[in-house]
Design a protein around this ligand. Structure first.
Ligand SMILES: Nc1nc2c(ncn2[C@@H]2O[C@H](COP(=O)(O)OP(=O)(O)O)[C@@H](O)[C@H]2O)c(=O)[nH]1
Ligand SMILES: [Mg+2]
Length: 238
C-alpha cells in the first residue's frame, strides 16, 4: 500500500459507489480507506461489498459521529501502520475531483505536502452559495493574518502528505475536529519545516447529500488559530 486515499464519510450512500469506482479506476494503483462513523444510511455496507472484490478498499468503522478531525487522525495512524508513503485527504461528495489525484502525485515529488487550493488563481469554487464562499474566504484571510502561514487556502481538505510529514508531527496533540483541523495540520507541519505547495483545484459544491457544516465548527476554527499562535509563541507546539 504505497498510496492511500483517506475519505471520512457520514451519510454518503449517494456518493460512495461512484467514488470507489472513480478512485480505484485511476492508473496509480491507489488504495482507499473509508473512515465511516456508523452512518445511519448504511454507507459502510457498500464499502464491505467492495472489500469482497478487491484488497485495495479499506474500512475503519467507528461507533458514531465523532468528527472529521478524529476520523483523519485515525486514518493517518492506519496509513502509517500499513506502510503508506503518500497519504491523501479527500471528501466523499465529489467536491474534490478524483481525476485531480494524479496532479497531487506529480507535485509531491519535491515537497512534503501538496494542498489543493480554491483561492490560488482567483476563486475556483463552483455552485457554492455566496454566503458560504464569503465565510470560507474570510476564514482564510483570518487564518493567514493570525498564524502568518502564507497559504491561499488553509482550510481546504484536498491534500497529499508524505509519510515523513505525518511522522514528523505529534498527531495526538492535534485537537481540532472541524475545518480548523486542516489549518492545524498545515500549521504544525509548516512550523516543523516541512515544505508545502499549493496547486489550483476546482471545487464544486456537493452533488448529493447534505453538508455537515455548523456554527460550532466556525467557532472552533476562530479560537484554534489563536491557540496555535500562542502555543507557538510559548514554544509548546510540539
Ligand atoms: N467519519 C466522519 N466523516 C465526516 C464527519 N463530518 C463530515 N464528514 C465527511 O467529511 C467530508 C466533508 O464534509 P462535508 O459535509 O461535505 O463538508 P462541506 O463540504 O464543507 O460542507 C465528507 O466526506 C463527509 O461525509 C464526521 O463527523 N465523521
Ligand atoms: Mg462537502
Amino acid at each position: 500500500m504505497e498510496k492511500l486515499v483517506i475519505v471520512p464519510t457520514y451519510n454518503e450512500l449517494e456518493n460512495i459507489e461512484e467514488l470507489l469506482t472513480r478512485v480505484l479506476g485511476l492508473p496509480y494503483d491507489l488504495h482507499i480507506l473509508i473512515v465511516d462513523d456508523n452512518s445511519p444510511d448504511g454507507t459502510a455496507s457498500v464499502v464491505k461489498e467492495w472489500q469482497k472484490k478487491t484488497d485495495r478498499v479499506h474500512l475503519l468503522q467507528r461507533p458514531g459521529k465523532m468528527g472529521l478531525g478524529s476520523a483523519y487522525r485515525d486514518g493517518f495512524r492506519y496509513a502509517l501502520a500499513n506502510g503508506a508513503e503518500y497519504i491523501f485527504e479527500m471528501d466523499a461528495d465529489f467536491s474534490h475531483d478524483p481525476d485531480a489525484l494524479g496532479q497531487f502525485l506529480e507535485n509531491i515529488t519535491d515537497v512534503d505536502i501538496v494542498l489543493g487550493s480554491r483561492y490560488l488563481h482567483g476563486v475556483t469554487v463552483v455552485n457554492w452559495p455566496l454566503s458560504r464562499l464569503i465565510l470560507s474566504y474570510s476564514a482564510n484571510m483570518y487564518s493567514r493574518i493570525i498564524t502568518g502561514m502564507p497559504l491561499a487556502d488553509a482550510t481546504g481538505g484536498f491534500k497529499c502528505f508524505r509519510r515523513r510529514a505525518l511522522e514528523g508531527i505529534r498527531l495526538d496533540r492535534v485537537k481540532s475536529e472541524g475545518y480548523s483541523f486542516q489549518i492545524e495540520m498545515s500549521f504544525r507541519c509548516w512550523k516543523r519545516g516541512f515544505k508545502i505547495k499549493e496547486i489550483p483545484i476546482i471545487f464544486v459544491d456537493r452533488r448529493a447529500g447534505v453538508s455537515k457544516m455548523s456554527r460550532k465548527i466556525i467557532w472552533e476554527a476562530a479560537g484554534m488559530v489563536w491557540r496555535m499562535r500562542f502555543l507557538d509563541l510559548l514554544g509548546q507546539l510540539e
